[in-house]
Ligand binder design. Structure first.
Ligand code: GUN
Length: 282
């Protein structure tokens, strides 16, 4: 079997284009959706992500503020900025790019963002609401993965899914969302015993570990759906995923490429969440 490729770039473009009428209506009513993106420090990968997010908000005609602060910024200064944006009626969504520099307590900062402006879905209130299947802002990367899975047209009910990686940003919310799709979900991580066997049982594999080609093609169950969340640097400087793409594509039914798979979906879901925040504002 040779896998069909899930084109995240095309799906992301479709999703963002579909937002334009809502953005136009909000703008006509005098209040375009407003997104604030905060970058602290000089992590080069974060700088790229933040620029892409601001660019897309700009392309869609949203009001956006990109705030870049030096790595020397204190936690108190960052909290004061979040307070200011929380109170700003022109801002509907606030995103604090992580990781944050050492010396800043990430949890304290993320907890400070109003849950109603938490378009990243990182606030514990939104996390809790997600696990209870109540309306919530869902973290953008796992939400994007679900959109890609829906595009396969495969009925996922009862399927065995394995998520590799237990981060708050991807792995854990991914488990909640797959459970809501009626999958039987296994959360694998760095202490998981016999990972090849665990992966080999799965009809759906979500790789979110951040290690280049750690998931071998030979592990994949023939016909499985493989979603690669990893964005890693190859020795030659190019980007590569967490999955050994070529051999995995020979066994899978569907697979996402890196780049051009999950990455563009993250941004599309951020735009979706921001428009939703703007629509729901009081
Ligand atoms: N760092 C890596 N992914 C993300 C994300 O989706 N949002 C934020 N704020 N930081 C990240």
């Amino acid at each position: 079997m040779t896998a069909r490729v899930l084109d995240g770039k095309a799906v992301a473009a479709e999703i963002t284009e579909a937002l334009r009428p809502q953005i136009a209506a909000l703008t006509a009513a005098g209040h375009p959706p407003g997104l604030a993106v905060i970058l602290v420090g000089d992590d080069p990968a974060s700088a790229v992500y933040v620029r892409l997010k601001s660019q897309r908000a700009h392309d869609l005609g949203m009001a956006h503020r990109q705030i870049s602060l030096p790595a020397t910024t204190s936690e108190a200064e960052l909290l004061a900025l979040v307070d200011e944006l929380n109170a700003d009626p022109a801002i509907d969504g606030i995103l604090v790019q992580v990781p944050l520099p050492r010396g800043i307590d990430k949890d304290r900062v993320l907890d400070r963002v109003l849950p109603s402006k938490d378009v990243d879905g990182f606030h514990p209130v939104n996390t809790g609401r997600l696990w209870q299947r109540r309306a919530a802002f869902v973290p953008c990367t796992p939400a994007g993965v679900i959109e890609l899975l829906k595009r396969t047209g495969v009925d996922l009910r009862g399927m065995d899914a394995v998520v590799i990686g237990r981060s708050n940003i991807v792995g854990k919310p991914m488990v909640a969302l797959l459970e809501q799709m009626d999958c039987t979900v296994t959360l694998a991580h760095s202490r998981t015993r016999n990972l090849p066997e665990v992966v080999g049982r799965a009809d759906v594999v979500i790789a979110a570990v951040g290690v280049l080609e750690m998931v071998k093609g030979a592990w994949i169950k023939p016909g499985a759906i493989v979603i690669d969340v990893g964005v890693n640097r190859r020795p030659d400087g190019k980007l590569g995923g967490d999955v050994e793409y070529g051999p995995a594509a020979e066994r899978a039914s569907w697979i996402t490429p890196v780049p051009g798979g999950v990455g563009p979906m993250t941004i599309a879901m951020l735009m979706t969440n921001t428009v939703r925040a703007a629509t729901q504002r009081g």
